[in-house]
Ligand binder design. Sequence first.
Ligand code: NAP
Length: 262
Amino acid sequence: MGAAARQSLQNARMNTSKPLQGKVAIVTGAGRGIGAAVAGALAREGASVCCVARSGTELEQVVGDIRGAGGSAIASVCDISNPSSVEQMAAFASSSFGGVDLLVANAGVSSDGKPVEESDIEAWRRTVDVNLFGTYLCARAVIPAMRSRGGGKIITIGSGMGHRARGGLSAYACSKAATWMLTRVLANELGPYGIDVNELIPGPVVTAMTATDFASQHLAAPALQDEWFKSPKDVLPLLLFLATQPPKGPSGQSFGLARREM
Ligand code: NAP
């Protein structure tokens, strides 16, 4: 048994009252923003967390904070759009902690805000590659580990822009719309194995991805007027609600924190 698995087991023995004690979570995009907050929250609730992103420096900070607070975490530097990198990441998480129970497919990138006619072809493709294909790869990679545990949960981080058309950000909107369909297809396929799959729509959250956009004319009106501009920690109650639902809880559903369908 590896050091991380021993730590996980020891944590489980020390405190059995936490709702996610003994569970193993993978959080993609855990280096900053919503994903970093989610990784910390899952660890506080007892989960052992594999934190995933491309930036090792940001991951080390997040993992260090979790461990410093008595939690259990490891870092996996991985580009989620790369199939072999994702397979290695999932195997690392599973072998380090003895399985996988929860995937929060959070890693994502935005797009340039230009209308389709002016959009950059490679940037468009890259957005879909990370947001849709990356989510598909991560879900695909954890299914065997979840099946062998007899169940699990996958939470995809969607966007209101995946549910309603609005000019600009076409690559982002299309990637999130397809991810919402992927969420429902996965729920359908994985229900028989006890794996529940749901989408969480955060609504506007001020992070590195959005801070400049939210300050700009382009997104300030009209769709975001009257919106609740959140910090990453405001997403945590809904995330933890979904992560702690009983087996055969909701699946194939979208849960949102936006004040309106954006
Ligand atoms: P963020 O602060 O920019 O964080 C994004 C995270 O994803 C980073 O850790 C980043 O790390 C990682 N990432 C990006 N590309 C990656 C790749 N190819 N492989 C692995 N990791 C990758 O963004 P955020 O605002 O927290 O957004 C998180 C999720 O919430 C995204 O899916 C976003 O679409 C969704 N969302 C956000 C808002 C909002 O208002 N903020 C609203 C709706 C939905 P590296 O760059 O180091 O890889």
